[in-house]
Design a protein around this ligand. Structure first.
Ligand code: PYC
Length: 320
């Protein structure tokens, strides 16, 4: 091994088919501030580390990274910053479930309720006694809300598509009447279609609050499973689609259902994702917002040491 080689400890898991790679050692030192300011340090000073962990040849477009951090509040179980092939995420629902099951695997948390600090707020995680057997984790997400109802955008080669704009820890455009069949076999076609929606939103200046980019597109259709209420296809910022039903996307969905009076407080919504996994969601009200609880299953599937060798031309991953 050459001088300057770095070793990075990771634990991989998947939540309903969507991977999470938690960096448990060897990550950059980001200082003591809240997760939002540590994210800024990560992005400004150590972005190549993000690429090294999730991009090819070690990772892929679908991989979501999670940098495990010391929390600000010692009562929290952990702090975390989520990232992917394109950049950084405010929150990540499947990733928080993956982090919780990883911390349990490492013996750092036990069954019960815990708090995890993220760049967009502190979230709750709950592991049951049986979590080790069935991988079940419930997260209580940041307050979520719909900011705009049925906004219409013209999609090249398709026509108008209307959808809601909502916050669930990331910004989403949620469309139901799009005329597409949500099948895994058509993942490429759905990806191109959702990407055109994202481009049209940017072109028309349609954003989340304070001009924040809507970087997640969520299409809905009828469920295939008899135990689900709806099926979705979620396109993430780096053009990979979420294999899980998307925790922040499901939060945004129930915020919209609540705003339309279609889902009462405490009632269960079962969201099926494009590969057939399901998240179970409900909410409690908090002023004008809803606080979503999302339950899914996550499993650890690898524990590894990444080798960052300065002789390797792709030491820090393949980047644009
Ligand atoms: O589960 O919130 C989520 C998520 C966001 C991007 C990928 N998964």
């Amino acid at each position: 091994m050459s001088t300057g080689t770095r070793r990075v400890g990771v634990v991989d898991s998947h939540t309903g088919g969507e991977p999470t790679r938690v960096v448990i050692s060897g990550g950059p030192e980001l200082g003591p501030g809240p997760m939002a300011s540590r994210l800024a340090v990560f992005r400004d000073c150590f972005d190549s580390f993000r690429s090294a962990v999730v991009n090819e040849p070690r990772g892929s477009g679908v991989m979501v990274g999670a940098l495990l951090c010391e929390p600000v509040d010692p009562a929290s179980a952990a702090g975390v910053i989520f990232f992917n092939n394109a950049g950084y995420l405010g929150m990540c629902g499947h990733g928080t479930m993956g982090l919780a099951i990883t911390l349990a695997y490492l013996g750092r948390i036990a069954a019960g309720k815990h708090r995890v600090e993220t760049p967009v707020g502190t979230v709750g995680v709950e592991l049951s006694m049986t979590s080790h057997a069935c991988g079940e984790v419930t997260i209580e997400n940041v307050p979520s809300y719909r900011s705009a109802r049925q906004v219409s955008v013209d999609i090249a080669g398709h026509g108008a598509v209307s959808g809601d704009v909502a916050w669930g820890g990331n910004w989403f455009f949620l469309a139901g009447n799009h005329g597409r069949n949500l099948t895994l076999a058509d993942a490429d076609g759905l990806t191109e279609f959702a990407w055109r929606i994202r481009q049209a939103l940017a072109r028309d200046g349609i954003t989340g609050d304070s001009g924040q980019e809507i970087d997640h597109i969520e299409l809905f259709g009828p469920p295939k499973r008899s135990d689900a209420d709806s099926r979705n296809f979620v396109l993430c910022p780096g053009k990979a689609y979420d294999r899980s039903p998307c925790g922040t996307g499901t939060s945004a969905k129930i915020a919209c259902l609540a705003a339309d009076g279609k889902l009462a407080e405490g009632r269960i919504w079962r969201q099926e994702g494009i590969v057939g996994s399901v998240f179970e969601a409900c909410y409690r009200r908090q002023g004008a917002h809803v606080v979503p609880s999302i339950k899914g299953s996550a499993f650890v599937n690898a524990e590894a040491t990444l080798i960052l060798d300065p002789r390797d031309p792709f030491e820090m991953g393949i980047r644009e």
